[in-house]
Ligand binder design. Structure first.
Ligand code: 5RP
Length: 225
């Protein structure tokens, strides 16, 4: 099975978690793209969903798929949000933000009654920080001061795309903080959120209800205890 086949299989398996209708959060990334396309097929077949996209890219795709969308301001009554992740631990803690959309993703996650995460098995880790840095969204004002404060916690790097800083949909920098494997991600999250200038972290602690994992052996679901 190719990586795309696994992503597509996880996305299709997540359709079983959809309610009959209502407001659904649409995550961001290459796995979620398959989910958005599948929701588009359902809508064209007569299912009634309104959706809240977590990035401009997801909004553009969802519009192209003919999915009715709510505006960015909310408030929304979300039955479910389906999103991807960069790392998943056995206790369903996550690193997100590989696409730099984690602030919007966390807002929509918080507003949803249930959160389903879709991944291929390459995302499973024993501890957060094993394979990926922690993405941070950071205000442009005082960037170098914030980076200096972050150096006490790991190695911060402004994320670049083709040599230029990647700016989030909200006009902020994305900084990747490389750490060693994280023993206490909730504590690190709270420390990071205590630093002025940090808008949001990509640590999603206790925010996933179900993780749908696609692997060579098929689909399995991990549930929060
Ligand atoms: C974007 C995210 C994505 O959900 C995460 O990076 C996973 O992406 P992909 O499905 O492309 O591996 O958090 O900010």
């Amino acid at each position: 099975m190719s990586s795309d086949e696994m992503k597509s299989a996880a996305a299709r398996a997540a359709l079983a978690h959809l309610p009959a209708g209502g407001v659904i959060g649409l995550g961001t990334g290459s796995t979620t793209r398959f989910f958005i396309e599948a929701v588009g097929e359902l809508v064209r077949g007569g299912r009634s969903f309104s959706c809240v996209p977590t990035s401009r890219a997801s909004r553009t795709l969802a519009e192209r798929c003919g999915i009715p969308l709510l505006d960015d301001a909310g408030p929304w009554q979300l039955e479910l949000c389906v999103d991807g992740a960069d790392e998943v631990t056995p206790t369903l803690d996550l690193i997100k933000g590989g696409g730099g959309a984690h602030t919007r993703e966390k807002i929509v996650n918080q507003a949803a009654k249930r959160n389903v995460i879709i991944v291929d098995e390459s995302k499973l880790v024993a501890r957060l920080g094993e394979t990926r840095p922690v993405p941070l969204e950071i205000l442009p004002f005082g960037l170098n001061t914030t980076l200096a404060a972050l150096a006490a916690l790991g190695e911060p790097r402004v994320r670049l795309v083709e040599g230029a800083p990647l700016m989030s949909d909200s006009g902020n920098f994305i900084v990747d903080l490389t750490t060693s494997p994280i023993d206490d991600p909730a504590k690190l999250d709270s420390t990071l959120r205590g630093l002025p200038g940090i808008v949001e972290t990509g640590l999603f602690i206790g925010r996933a209800d179900v993780v749908v994992v696609a692997g060579a052996q098929g689909i399995r679901e991990l549930r929060r205890q």
